[in-house]
Write a protein that binds this ligand. Sequence first.
Ligand code: AMP
Length: 218
Amino acid sequence: MKQELIFLGPPACGKGTQTNRLSEFLGLPHIDTGSLLRAEIAKETEDGIIAKSFIDKGHLVPVDLVATIIGKKLAGEDCKKGYVLDGYPRSLEQAEKLDIINAKVDGDNQVSFKAIYFDIDTQILLDRIIYRQSCPVCGEIYNKKFKPSKTENICDKCNVELKTRADDNAEIAQERFNTYFEQTAPLIKFYEEKGVLRKIDANGSIDEVWNRLLDVIK
Ligand code: AMP
């Protein structure tokens, strides 16, 4: 059966770390809209230039721009068995778009669709964002305060300099939280009413959360 997994939760709730691991574990592609948009920005495409002006303010990128990128990805050969979708949908309008995209790409396949909500104490999240660093090569995520690399600013695995995301500063992060609570949090109720929501406690260590995640995807 095709396995479609989407993830909800506030910025820096740990979705990135867990969904990367889950995609490897299940052998399904990890599709992360934030990274796809940052790749467009790095290539300086027309979409990238538009996306940057929204990302820099902590706002959502226009719905049609993201839907086009996601629509192409989900129609790809590698998504035939399913996907791990991180960062999409982020509003009710995007959730409706996703239903339309899925109806097109699923055909007659039997599908298991789950929306996994990372329920977390939001107090600690701002520090997770402000001190976050990641490796541009392997994608490993570090945190100067909670999970520092062995050598300051250098990836333990790849030995290259760690990067900080342009939107990981206090001001933009606060706006990203506002955007999350206004536009994305209503999706919890939306998917609950459809009977596909699975809530996990996302407080605790990476392994603790991983074990809870495995319980709900069975
Ligand atoms: P993330 O890497 O998931 O924290 O996303 C970084 C930024 O990319 C967000 O603050 C938004 O500006 C933009 N973004 C990511 N995913 C979406 C989406 N599904 N819809 C609109 N904007 C998005």
